[in-house]
Design a protein around this ligand. Structure first.
Ligand code: COA
Length: 256
């Protein structure tokens, strides 16, 4: 299947791979649904001690499918994207990510909910929400300023330009920059190390690291979505999505 979330168990590591290479692993509704199930199942299965997130064919994820934003915009707290965000933010076991190529939109904000993140030199991150006439999601409006301070969070979300792995490292978004060729196996080796540690102590450690912000994170996810979802229907966003699909520059000059 070319349009799916691929799940592979490698020992106690559950690899969750975003696979839609012809669209740089853009996520559509069906894929969010599969991701929500994959994360819930990885959290519940005793045989799984660590999750490893990866993309396919040199890309992590180009974020939400923009054609879907245009034709099939998400709405409501039961939408698969909302389910995925909730379950991912509460994932109780260690989560590692290996990032190659583009990690855009939710492809970047997903990393805020992983624990150890390794990116290749060629990784390109971007939080393009404002450029698309929408706003930050997945609790990124809460987590980014906490992690890196307001000026850097403002740069990434207001200037909203692509940035490389060196900047992601400098800003504290990732743990290390590696050669592209080393990312997959290094991320797996780290996941294996985490999976070999005492599982209850590991879960308690992660729970403590997250406990103090857990309720706030879920609240941020809800409040952002309450703004984000209606914005998908607004003229600014419709212009941005149409421009992407039509491969032209958007024109925001008529908006006030
Ligand atoms: N939604 C839908 N289609 C997407 C997509 C997305 N988020 N990202 C890429 N694609 C499609 C492209 O339209 C293109 O389709 P085509 O072959 O039918 O023309 C194909 O995937 C390959 O993308 P392309 O832009 O040619 O690859 P690239 O390597 O030059 O650039 C990106 C990769 C990710 C930098 C670029 O595609 C991009 O900016 N995508 C949009 C990212 C985005 O804004 N996501 C929404 C976040 S909220």
């Amino acid at each position: 299947m070319t349009d799916s979330i691929q799940i592979t168990d490698r020992g106690a590591v559950r690899e969750i791979r975003i696979h839609r290479p012809e669209k740089k692993n853009a996520l559509n509704t069906a894929m969010y649904s599969q991701l929500a199930d994959a994360v819930a199942q990885a959290g519940a299965a005793d045989s799984v001690r660590c999750a490893l997130f990866a993309g396919s064919q040199g890309a992590f994820s180009s974020g939400n499918d923009i054609q879907d934003f245009l034709n099939n915009p998400a709405s409501g707290e039961d939408h698969p994207v909302a389910q995925f965000m909730r379950v991912m933010a509460d994932f109780p076991k260690p989560a590692v990510a290996g990032v190659l190529g583009p990690a855009v939109g939710i492809g970047s904000t997903l990393l805020l909910h992983c624990d150890l993140i390794y990116a290749g030199q060629g990784a390109r991150f971007m939080l393009p929400f404002v450029n698309l006439g929408i706003c930050p999601e997945f609790a990124s409006s809460l987590l980014l300023p906490r992690m890196m301070g307001h000026p850097r969070a403002a740069e990434l979300t207001m200037l909203a330009e692509p940035f490389d792995a060196a900047k992601a490292y400098e800003y504290g978004l990732i743990n290390a920059v590696l050669d592209d060729s080393a990312v997959e196996e290094s991320a797996f080796a780290i996941a294996e190390k985490l999976a070999a540690k005492p599982p209850r102590a590991m879960r308690t450690t992660k729970d403590l690291l997250k406990r103090w912000t857990k309720a706030q994170v879920q609240e941020a996810i809800r409040e952002e979505a309450a703004l984000f979802m209606p914005m998908l229907h607004e003229p600014e966003a419709r212009e941005a999505f149409s421009a992407f699909v039509e491969k032209r520059k958007p024109d925001f000059s008529q908006f006030v």
